[in-house]
Ligand binder design. Sequence first.
Ligand SMILES: [Zn+2]
Length: 436
Amino acid sequence: MKPVDLRIDARWIVPVEPAGVLTGHAVIVDGGRIVAVLPVADADAGYAPRDSRTLGSHVLIPGLVNAHTHTAMTLMRGIADDMPLKPWLEQHIWPCEGRFVSAEFVFDGTLLGAAEMLRSGITCCNDMYFYPDAAARAYEIAGMRALLGMPVLEFPTPYAADADAYLTRGLATRDAFKHVPLLRFALAPHAPYTVSDATWSRIVMYARQLDLPIQTHLAETRAEVDDALAATGITPLARLHRLGATGPNFIAIHAVHVTEADIATLARQSCHVVHCPASNMKLASGIAPVTTLLAQGVNVALGSDGAASNNRLDLFSEMRLASLLAKVTTRDAAALPAATALQMATLNGARALGLGDVTGSLLPGKLADLVAVDLADVATQPVFDPVSHLVNAADRACVSDVWVGGVKIVAERRLATIDESAVLARTHAWQRKLAS
Ligand SMILES: [Zn+2]
């Protein structure tokens, strides 16, 4: 019998890869990686675990991947509701950021957002915000996996004076933290409309030289696309394609108002799209053509966007919204079934972030990013199909246990790595400042 670190037996196991539901199976973890997903009898015969856990009423799934968020903005949750993107950004978010955002703000906000995400079964996120160095320290403490965007804008903020300074600071952060196994880095130009052609060209050059993903907000509103067409005669994506930005390392966030030609470009160039249904609905931006993108072969992941425009970092609600929106927009009840929504929230997210070989499914060899969802409650009984329940009946309150790289991060709904009362005390102090 082979000694291993951990054995988890669950009522149901949904590996995502391969598709389907396993019963009477166990997951074996050693050295932070998944060693095997196998029938209980084979686990009994083959492995001597040092630790074990039996989850009698739970479905065990891969950790959820939040493929777009601004984690530190969790400190601005609910600060300005019920308005469209442009006034929301220009009258509320950017002035607030100009006054308050600092390394300290980002550290505290990232820890708050990481606590929320981990408790919600999100083991990995794609973050885009100022002071990624402060965010990196927070993710290290939290034990959460993250792709950290190095933000790029043309206009000055307390973080950097101009595009050159953003790039220099971002690349220095990558150099300082690239040895941390939980962290990866991406270039994060905010949007086509806030970054010049010259800067985009430099970003494309760095992406090629350093093999880094590029993530950007794209075609989020009708006005963004109309303004671009009036100014340049081409869509925002067509412009970025001309500048060489598209390819398998390109992550298009939102892609609400993309044309048929844009969709063909995204598919041909093997780009990734991050669908953020709640944020797009709340800012009245529109509905991304997800079923068309998927049908054309584009990898579509799910994101919460920041808590200031959502107002929750919760992929259970995003899965449900994505599935329901796809059905109502296509008038096809078969559109975007639960298994597809779950794959978008796990494997597709990992692939979008360039982590498809590392996380996103329970394939042996991958890191043990695991989430146990307890379906014992009256709200999730009876259970005929646990995959349907994950999208249509369960919510994040059902998440009981979370492992990242085989390390127990949430145990019976309590965070092992983050002191929640300390995070709340810091959050309340920021609330007093932001309200002043
Ligand atoms: Zn965003």
